[in-house]
Design a binder for this molecule. Sequence first.
Ligand SMILES: Nc1c(C(=O)O)ncn1[C@@H]1O[C@H](COP(=O)(O)O)[C@@H](O)[C@H]1O
Length: 162
Amino acid sequence: MNRVSVIMGSISDWPTMKEAVAILEQFDVTVETHIISAHRMPTEMATYAANAREAGVDVIIAGAGGAAHLPGMVAAQTTLPVIGVPMKTKTLNGVDSLLSIVQMPAGVPVGTVAIGEAGAKNAAYYALQILSITNQTLVTELETFREQQAQKARESEAKLHD
Ligand SMILES: Nc1c(C(=O)O)ncn1[C@@H]1O[C@H](COP(=O)(O)O)[C@@H](O)[C@H]1O
């Protein structure tokens, strides 16, 4: 079974990152969650990232806020796909997190999504789409999800003209 790792710099990121976990759990994948900070737990972070592929992880979703170095530092130590989720912050509205995550040097990519909960949700869908390259069940499930989403939009369109 496919495995997605959802990691975050602090427990204070959980209200955002749980949105990603909730979506992943609706699909046929195993999810693991960890608090791992590049700043506060540099040794554990390096060990985790370096061993993730061998441990059976397929995709890493990493959320962090402010000086959000976690996604980039994890990406530096693995060739697994890393998706970065910038936390919304009180001081700079998450622009600090976004810029810290997105501006990686060439050769060490972090696939960066939008700030906050919408970003966390899209990180989950993006991880599922990556996994669907080799998982036909996920292809079918994602197509069903897209159709349900379209149906809801059509219904709201119809309500607008009631
Ligand atoms: N950006 C990082 C990293 C890191 O990048 O290693 N470790 C913690 N943090 C961030 O600090 C913010 C405040 O954390 P606290 O609420 O624990 O003070 C969180 O959004 C976390 O992701």
